[in-house]
Design a protein around this ligand. Structure first.
Ligand SMILES: [Fe+2]
Length: 301
């Protein structure tokens, strides 16, 4: 029996059932891959994947981006709970990174090689809040007026995790964690053509700043206006997690953000990130003043 792909009542997203992600035959995988390209966000309720199964599922989409210093660690916890069971305090670096995730963004746009896709699975969820929300940048581009489309056609923005964290008062030193590097800030066009579907999409979010050719105020205004316009219904979907749910999304054409919850209770997610294709997701970098040093590189490692 083929899996059931039920589109969500938004311009993106589908809920996929009647399959086991850990045991897909070739036709089932083809259905999933086709649905991924069409809907950009796929929700798989109740899969309860082991870490190995999640890694294997993510690898079907491509090479994994390694987010931890240990190259054998393919999945990472996105969690406000420490290994000893205690909860992160509001002044801790990792807590501030989690709060940063509550701003609309796309994963690894601040790395030389931006991400293709991200997989998230729910392990421990709070009773309320803590949803993940996605916004469709293909539909947002389609909905732009002709003047705006023309204005942004030749514009690019720098992407930096130092920048986006500084916006929420989190000033970080190089080496403090993944993304805080000295490879420079990638310069990425505001309009990205999807390498598979050919659809144009806005490529923006909280890491984007400093559009060459515009002054700081104009740049900031344009980018925040675009996000405000783009990230609203019918282009958004927020998923309220149940433990065992798995979601994959296409970072090349959607933005996402975490929603707030009671930070005194645990929220534990498992994350695997699929690397972009260097042919379409690699960008050259410029010096990032906030990083201090500048050592250009085409590698995320
Ligand atoms: Fe993210």
């Amino acid at each position: 029996m083929p899996p059931r792909v039920a589109p969500i009542a938004a311009t993106l997203g589908a809920v996929v059932t009647d399959l086991e992600l850990a045991r897909m035959d070739a036709p089932t995988w083809k259905t999933v891959e086709r649905a991924f390209h069409e809907h950009a966000v796929l929700v798989f309720p109740g899969q309860n994947l082991t870490e190995e199964e999640q890694v294997a599922f993510a690898k079907r989409f491509g090479d994994l981006e390694l987010l931890a210093p240990d190259p054998d660690q393919k999945a990472v916890a996105i969690s406000n709970q420490k290994p000893d069971g205690s909860i992160l305090g509001a002044d801790e670096h990792r807590f501030k990174s989690l709060r940063g995730n509550e701003g609309w963004h796309t994963d690894s746009s601040y790395m030389p090689l931006a991400a293709k896709a991200s997989v998230l699975s729910a392990q421990v969820v709070p009773a309320a809040g803590g949803e993940t929300e996605w916004a469709d940048m293909r539909a947002a581009y389609d909905a732009l007026d002709a003047d705006t489309r023309q204005r942004i056609a030749a514009l690019s923005a720098h992407h930096s995790l130092y920048h986006s964290q500084a916006q929420i008062g989190h000033v970080v030193q190089p080496g403090a964690g993944y993304g805080f590097h000295t490879k420079g800030a990638p310069l990425r066009p505001l309009v990205k053509i999807h390498p598979v579907t050919g659809r144009p999409a806005l490529f923006i979010g909280r890491h984007a700043h400093a559009i060459p050719g515009l002054d700081e105020v104009e740049s900031e205004q344009l980018l925040s206006n675009l996000v405000d316009f783009a990230c609203r219904p019918p282009r958004t979907y927020a998923h309220g997690w149940q433990p065992g749910d798995v979601v994959i999304w296409d970072n090349r054409c959607v933005l996402h953000r975490a929603r707030p919850y009671d930070y005194r209770v645990a929220r534990v997610m498992r994350h695997t990130r699929v690397a972009g294709d260097p042919a379409t997701e690699l960008a050259s970098t410029r010096r990032d003043e906030r990083a201090g040093a500048y050592e250009p590189s085409t590698s995320n490692r």
